[in-house]
Design a binder for this molecule. Structure first.
Ligand code: FCB
Length: 452
């Protein structure tokens, strides 16, 4: 870690942490919660490493008060969590399950009482299973159901929430969930999964309107972004990187911000676009948003892939340290990415929040009980500096929310990847703030003191 002082961020800058419902809550059968696609997927033999499930996760549903105390100790100004759709509508449709909404109502009030602004995401991948049984995101109806659910959540909470995030990383739902089958619902539709992109986009647009109708102040959307690096300077690899950039960085963001799809010909889509698009959809999708949520973990390196329906393959990135997950640590990729978004969308780019950024480390308590996660401190320090570089270059970034508050259920990896500032012993549910927790707290505190 460099001794150079951390740059000053604007006084109003938001510092926070992020989590998601299925990854931390547990209590999957309590207070009327219905099943989600992740409950089902976890039961599928071989789907999750070591057969782990989110059944108890970090038991946040019962320990939320303790977790909020930890957040106030940390001194954050915002907490990004997700609302579990199956708690609010166990079947994915119909009236709200009061007990489900009560949980988020209590959470919201307690956060505000602790000086932490709640930033909920409405869909962080836990689709109610009954909706999946009717086609899930392959079905246009799901977009309408999502808007109904958004309206119910906002009717209850909008008076206290400044910024709502509709979807988390729809690109990952389309690719991992429906094309490749490594996430729930485990479909392997390859390029036939593309309608799930349009239906999520439409769901975002309809939900944004429902949120505003119910009094929501601000609406945002979050996606995952990665600079796309060609593996070599041969033309075929440049084309592969271009195709990846379209799929990963533009498939969702062009329709949101520009009201049109990028050229999808590399993915077998003709000039007329996806068959599932109807007149008027793009206007709904492109209604202005108040912020763009950017999740950044690492760049992607691409090579051409002959003999495959996919026009690229991912290649390892050599020459950088890696996280416990094996992801390369490239802080400058965050600066590159934000500059790219700034150049690409110009005036159409709304203010940006980094809604996720962090790393997994094989953290375990030492003999004295403390968790000395220096690699995470180095990671956060370098990425926050890289963020400052992008802001100096003119990108309007309003906040940084690290992934994650605490160790949690990391999807197909189960409990193997620890991303938290707080260590969780999943056998006892004991929470132990790691060294990075203290580092982040001190960094936030120093920013505040400098602001006076
Ligand atoms: C992101 C997800 C988040 C978490 C991190 C590590 O893609 O949005 O839930 O799993 O990766």
């Amino acid at each position: 870690m460099t001794e150079i002082p951390m740059p000053r961020f604007p006084d109003s800058f938001t510092w926070g942490v992020a989590t998601s419902a299925y990854q931390i809550e547990g209590a999957v059968a309590e207070d009327g919660r219905g099943e989600s696609v992740w409950d089902t997927f976890c039961r599928k033999p071989g789907a999750i490493r070591d057969g782990d499930t989110g059944e108890s996760a970090a038991d946040h549903y019962h320990r939320w008060l303790e977790d909020i105390d930890l957040m106030t100790d940390l001194g954050i100004s915002a907490y990004r969590f997700s609302i579990a759709w199956p708690r609010v509508q166990p079947d994915g449709k119909g009236p709200a399950n009061r007990a489900g909404l009560d949980f988020y109502d209590r959470l919201t009030d307690a956060l505000l009482a602790g000086g932490v602004t709640p930033m909920p995401t409405l869909f962080h991948w836990d689709l109610p299973q009954p909706l999946e049984d009717e086609g899930g995101w392959m079905a246009r109806e799901t977009a309408h159901r999502f808007a109904d659910y958004a309206g119910l959540a906002a009717e209850r909470l909008a008076d206290r929430i400044p910024l709502w995030i509709t979807l988390n990383e729809p690109i990952v739902v389309t690719t991992y969930g429906y094309a490749l089958g490594v996430h729930a619902p485990g479909k392997t539709l390859m390029l036939d999964a593309l309608p799930t992109a349009h239906h999520q986009l439409l769901g975002h647009g309809l939900a944004a309107a429902a949120l505003r109708a119910a009094g929501a102040a601000g609406v945002a959307i979050t996606n995952n972004y990665s600079p796309a690096w060609p593996a070599t300077n041969i033309e075929a690899d440049a084309a592969a990187a271009h195709a990846y950039d379209i799929l990963h960085n533009r498939l969702f963001t062009d329709p949101w911000l520009l009201g049109r799809y990028p050229d999808l010909s590399a993915f077998g889509v003709g000039e007329d676009g996806l068959d599932c698009i109807r007149d008027g959809d793009l206007e709904i999708i492109a209604a202005p948003v108040d912020a763009l949520g950017v999740n950044y973990y690492s760049p992607a390196r691409l090579a051409a892939r002959p003999d495959s329906p996919l026009p690229f393959q991912l290649e390892p990135i050599a020459g950088y340290p890696v996280t416990a997950f094996g992801w390369p640590i490239v802080p400058a990729g965050l600066t590159e990415l934000l500059s790219l978004l700034h150049e690409r969308y110009g005036e159409d780019l709304p203010p940006v929040y980094i809604t996720e950024n962090g790393c997994s480390v094989d953290d375990e308590p030492g003999p004295d009980g403390t968790v000395d996660d220096q690699p995470r401190i180095r990671y956060l320090d370098a990425h926050i500096r890289a963020l400052s570089d992008a802001m100096t270059a003119g990108v309007d970034v309003r906040g940084y929310l690290t992934w994650s508050l605490m160790d949690n259920f990391e999807w197909a990896e189960g409990y193997h990847q620890r991303f938290g500032l707080i260590h969780v012993d999943f056998a006892t549910q004991q929470r132990t703030p790691k060294a990075s927790f203290g580092w982040y707290r001190d960094m936030i505190d120093a920013q505040r003191s400098a602001a006076g």
